[in-house]
Write a protein that binds this ligand. Sequence first.
Ligand SMILES: Cc1cc2nc3c(=O)[nH]c(=O)nc-3n(C[C@H](O)[C@H](O)[C@H](O)COP(=O)(O)OP(=O)(O)OC[C@H]3O[C@@H](n4cnc5c(N)ncnc54)[C@H](O)[C@@H]3O)c2cc1C
Length: 401
Amino acid sequence: MDCDVLVVGLGPAGCGAAQAAAAAGAKVLAIDRKKEIGVPVQCGEVIGKGLLRSSGLKLPRQAICSHQDHTRFVIDRSISIRNYAEQWASVSVERKILDKLLAARAATEGASVQADTTLIDLDINGDIVESATLRMRGRDVTVHPKTLIAADGVHSTVAKMTGVCWSSPDMVAHGGEFEMISKRPLPRCMQIFIEEEVGLGYGWIIPKGRKRANVGLAEVGDRGRIRDRVEKWVEDNPIVSHYFDTDCIIEVKSGDAPVPGFQGGPVRGNVLYTGDAAGQTLAFVGEGIVPAYLCGLVAGECAARSPEMYDSVLRERMGDEMDYASDLKDVILSVWQDESLNLHQRFLVAGMVMSESISPESLEKLIDGEMPSFQELKKMAGSSNPHVRMSRMIGRRRYKG
Ligand SMILES: Cc1cc2nc3c(=O)[nH]c(=O)nc-3n(C[C@H](O)[C@H](O)[C@H](O)COP(=O)(O)OP(=O)(O)OC[C@H]3O[C@@H](n4cnc5c(N)ncnc54)[C@H](O)[C@@H]3O)c2cc1C
């Protein structure tokens, strides 16, 4: 079986890659080991509207569950920050439907799309992949692609087989969540929780309807079985338990996400790496679906035309956004590890950075000086970002300022 481009993985990155490579005239074979594309889901299933609009990506209507007009950050269970800027409005999707329909778009462009087909071996000469062995629904098949696109996720088999590593294993966030039915109507916002109980990461309530949501957390490091941690967090966090009981869980999801810096479009020999396999996420706020799809499109187009252009084209199209997100992640990590701040201060400062309610100048003041009073903080946030509303949560006074 021959093809010009073999795409391994049919998540958003692989679907984008297969679609673009086929549209550019290549003979494309795109495979995924899953029996049903998109299942199981390993995702909070939310997409920021800012990136969505600037990307021009049209989401299939059937995949859309709900719209949220802002994001609320709950810091240390005591301070609430609402960001009403467009990039913090969001749309929730059903990944099971989205991934399948993105794969269908690739097939419509002419790609051969094969579920239940696993890459099991590569024959490599120097840096060049000469052939790939696939287990296609129980049969072993050898293909000789001119170019291979590794879109096989954070624990990329292709990266392992080709001996490369685009993200460090200790910079992977372990995530778990329950899809739950709430006891009362949910506010029309995504809620992000930054607190000690979650650790180096964040918790979330992502509505998928008036009384349905993904509720979970992701953190770097290992503090026990992620499902147990989510269950405990749902029960202990006063806001989360106000809406949800653990006796109403309709789906359990878990998975890992890379938290790297942007490394452009990596190419080794005739292999292009994309999506989570290349660390192409908008760290630190979890956006992976749209970046993976957009980077996949570039990988596919370049694989069909000129693979050596992948890095430069990607940097031109996506570099600003990806670099900004990498810088944000670096600032958050340095705050998190700053031992001159106590734990509450670290969460507060990291939360303000994440919610974009602090300017770089105010950040320096906040880290170097005395912790300001709540009123001073509020003033700082208001003057740094007109879209932000900060309030103190009555009765929950962990923040002593
Ligand atoms: C808990 C959690 C919550 C998240 N929440 C969000 C969110 O709310 N919004 C958001 O935008 N992003 C979120 N993300 C990130 C997002 O899910 C990923 O960034 C995105 O799915 C990356 O797409 P991808 O195509 O690169 O990889 P994946 O979606 O991981 O796709 C890789 C595919 O490769 C296939 N594959 C792997 N190995 C092989 C093989 N050997 N042979 C054949 N196929 C193979 C897999 O089956 C898989 O389908 C979350 C991630 C996690 C873990």
